[in-house]
Write a protein that binds this ligand. Sequence first.
Ligand code: CA
Length: 229
Amino acid sequence: MSDQQILVVEDEENLAEALKFNLERQGYQVIVKSNGYDALNVLQQEAPHLIVLDVMLPGLDGFEVCRRVRTTSNVPILMLTARGEEVDRVLGLEIGADDYLTKPFSLRELQARVRALLRRGGGAPPDGNGEAMTAGNLNVSQDARRAFRDGSEIPLRPREFELLVFLMRNRGLALSRRQLLDGAWGSDFVGDERTVDVHVRALREAVENDPHNPVRIVTVRGIGYRFEG
Ligand code: CA
């Protein structure tokens, strides 16, 4: 049995049961909670490796749960929604979700996303390439998966960290959103190009002195982004 623990927050009993059954068969330990308050309580005692979080929940909705989790934790969050609108996807990513699945989804698809998120959150440096990188006041240790600005650690979610590493490795080059998607997160990542913009915005908040006038991660009009430094 894997020591990886997944917290599933879903109020639809049948779906919650199916998720638990399926994920346990994949070897994960699964905790199921049917509302946001219970989920947040679990996080006082447990440190799951991943949270599968439904958006439509009684009481606190999934967005609010996500926001509150993010005040204390960088655990990967996979959000589930019955609504597929772009605005929900973008809102979810902006408040800190790492990936998104729209209901109905296949359990196979869920498994693939879960595996990908756990791999990212699992601390393995990509491609065995573990050197430290520096650009001005920024330092990144790929082995430790930690980033520092002026010597202070910047809290980055796994996907932000990978994007920063890829940008720094390719500093000086104009990279398209598609190149950033594939290069930073791998071809098994299912996302659209807006996802890159959302994560660039979050990264700028973390690494730029003035996020509204970025000098490190600059926009290349008509193409994408370029890392300077
Ligand atoms: Ca629900």
